[in-house]
Design a protein around this ligand. Sequence first.
Ligand SMILES: Nc1ncnc2c1ncn2[C@@H]1O[C@H](COP(=O)(O)OP(=O)(O)O)[C@@H](O)[C@H]1O
Ligand SMILES: [Mg+2]
Length: 383
Amino acid sequence: MNLAKFILTNLECILQEWEDFASTLEPLMNADKKELRDHAEAVLKVIAADLDTPQAEHESIAKSKGLGPQADDDTAAEIHAADRVAAGFTSEQVMAEYRALRSSVLRLWARQVEITSPADVEDMVRFNEAIDQALTESMARYAKMLREAQNLFLAILGHDVRTPLGAISMGAQVLLQDQSLPSKALKVGLRIFNSSKRMDAIVRDLLDFSTSHLGDGIPVDPYTVDLAEICQGVVEEARTFHPDRAIDMTMEGDLAGAWDGDRMAQAFSNLISNAIQHGRPNSVIKVAIRGLDDAVVYEVRNEAEVISPAKLRTLFDPVKRFAIRPPGERVASRIENLGLGLYVVKQIVTAHQGEMSVSSSKDDGVVFSARLPRITPHRRNDD
Ligand SMILES: Nc1ncnc2c1ncn2[C@@H]1O[C@H](COP(=O)(O)OP(=O)(O)O)[C@@H](O)[C@H]1O
Ligand SMILES: [Mg+2]
């Protein structure tokens, strides 16, 4: 009897064996027995049907790497994962279930059939591949659902925080316009205003970080803008908030083209706030924007301690930067900044098919540079 036929004729017995075995695995000990059984049956039927279909070698290799053909509808393994998330299973429990399934089927089969022929061995290899494929699908779906949930959570948090934040900043603005207030009150008002602006920028970066991780990066809407105007606006805003800092700006060439104006302002602003925040105090910050034939190059330069090559490599990737910290330094209280600013800048530049680079040396200081190719503008719906 081949393995496919064996699975279908012994389904009840396999499911019982599986249930017994699964409940001896640590992560599944306290799981509901009936729940353990539910989708296993569907997964097994899919595997049996798969074993009955002839398969070329390249398909077999693809499957063993978890790259099997994807149906449009959700597969049994994907539905299984969704159910497990809903039931509160951990990823270890989902993996343990597949281990249990694999071992129950193979053990029962070996007990009934003497595995001698090459066809039996081939069946066994294909069964293992099919289980791996199902496991890969389940784990991918499981991770995706958790990511989406976290993302939604962050989006709601961001939205909820931004509304009261807007009220704080508006209140501070009203105070700042009241000429009758003593200078001490005005100073406090200015501090409230600056801090709420900064918080809003952090929340915006956090939202961009979470949404860009869903796959498509940061959405941009390129239309014809003048980067000279945008750059000037950002520099002027920085000068207003930090009157004590010298910011030098040079502009040359044609700076009009198709980019997403709001996103460019966000990227420029992140780079300039970094220069203010991380550069040597009292040093001059140099901003330059040059229009070339095929691109615009935007550059922010400041004096600072030389950044080590290892740190330079992970500067645009906060998750990696966080992951390579020694465990003792991962506690929230020891991290001054989330470090999402540069990640967002890079995402914005990449979404415009541009490139971001950074260099750091004793003589030239730290230089961040964005090269933005001239891309074809598209008209906006409301044009
Ligand atoms: N202009 C700069 N000069 C020196 N160091 C910088 C500069 N910009 C960024 N950095 C370094 O890169 C890190 C990451 O920057 P960023 O992603 O904006 O996060 P954050 O500013 O929140 O720390 C900073 O913590 C800092 O160490
Ligand atoms: Mg920053």
